[in-house]
Design a binder for this molecule. Structure first.
Ligand code: CTP
Ligand code: CA
Length: 226
């Protein structure tokens, strides 16, 4: 029935989603980043809005339109992203799709680095905070915490390891081996990993992954008799 309004199981609930890459400065004009498109995270934000959630999208720089109804929090570095997420707690559900840069330059140069006779500079890197693990272990922990893991091999085994080490409820393991739904594409092949096992989903569009995932999380948060 096209005229029947859609069920809004997440009305009155807050969902926080991280998306896109982070950008870690080297000097005022250069940075370290990655190829994350943000597509899966933005699709999840749209699906959360459709289910009636108050939806906050904490996003690194991407070239996507802001989904209607979403509260957008633009960030650049991993440290910004963590602080912004902490500022958005408490929430009912947090979903970490961002491709957070694992390392940043230990000390950002205050001025543009110049070529010199001594050859190229050596960048000293330091590890970024793990946003998912930090929120997942905070006193303000959302009721449901979801991580993503892009793997090229032993997909569900590595994902199960991350589920434990990061303390989340569910990992959406992304198969990024050749032909499976690589960075930037519109399709995705995922495996849902929880403490009770692995569920393999067929290849589908990122929009469809987003809708099915949000339906599942809504059902976990607010069980409905069906
Ligand atoms: N993540 C995060 N903060 C980080 C790194 C990762 O919040 N500093 C989140 C990602 O958003 C994702 C999950 O953790 O939801 C897994 O990210 P991934 O890069 O696969 O895990 P890492 O722990 O960084 O391990 P790897 O060495 O495989 O990159
Ligand atoms: Ca990583």
């Amino acid at each position: 029935d096209m005229l029947k309004p859609k069920a809004q199981p997440l009305a009155g609930k807050k969902v926080v989603i991280t998306a896109g890459p982070t950008r870690e400065p080297i000097d005022p004009v250069r940075f370290i980043s990655n190829h994350s498109s943000g597509k899966q995270g933005y699709a999840i934000a749209m699906a959360a809005v459709e289910l009636g959630a108050e939806t906050v999208l904490v996003s690194g720089p991407v070239s996507l339109a802001i989904p209607p109804g979403v509260q957008m929090m633009p960030v650049e570095t991993a440290q910004d992203m963590l602080e912004t997420c902490e500022g958005e707690m408490p929430a009912d559900i947090a979903i970490f799709t961002a491709a957070v840069a694992d390392w940043r330059v230990a000390s950002e140069a205050p001025e543009k680095l110049k070529k010199s006779g001594d050859g190229p500079p050596t960048l000293r890197l330091t590890e970024n905070p793990d946003i998912l693990a930090t929120i997942s272990r905070s006193p303000n922990r959302p009721k449901i915490v979801v991580g993503f893991a892009a793997e090229t091999e032993r997909v569900s085994e590595y994902a199960a390891r991350k589920l434990k080490s990061k303390g989340c409820d569910l990992i959406v393991a992304n198969d990024v081996s050749k032909g499976s739904g690589v960075f930037g594409g519109d399709r995705n092949t995922v495996h849902l990993v929880t403490a009770s096992g692995v569920e393999d989903w067929p290849q589908m569009s990122k929009d469809e992954v987003a809708r099915r995932l949000m339906e599942r999380l809504a059902q976990m948060l607010v069980p409905q008799q069906k």
